[in-house]
Design a protein around this ligand. Structure first.
Ligand SMILES: [Zn+2]
Length: 60
């Protein structure tokens, strides 16, 4: 039997510019900007978004 495992599609990412932590959707269809400084934190690629900044955790 395969073990069911939660593969979260969300990551907690720290903004490289201001240090704000934000939850990003990995398959974001639009660019996601930091809510504090406006820096781009995720860019859509058609698949998994390209994340900018440091991934600090996974969100279930
Ligand atoms: Zn920021």
């Amino acid at each position: 039997m395969t073990q069911p495992k939660t593969e979260s599609k969300y990551r907690r990412v720290k903004c490289g510019d201001c240090g704000n932590e934000q939850i990003l959707f990995l398959r974001a269809a639009t660019a996601i900007k930091c809510q504090v400084c406006g820096a781009t934190m995720a860019e859509p690629t058609g698949g998994l978004a390209r994340l900018r900044g440091e991934i600090v955790g996974t969100v279930e």
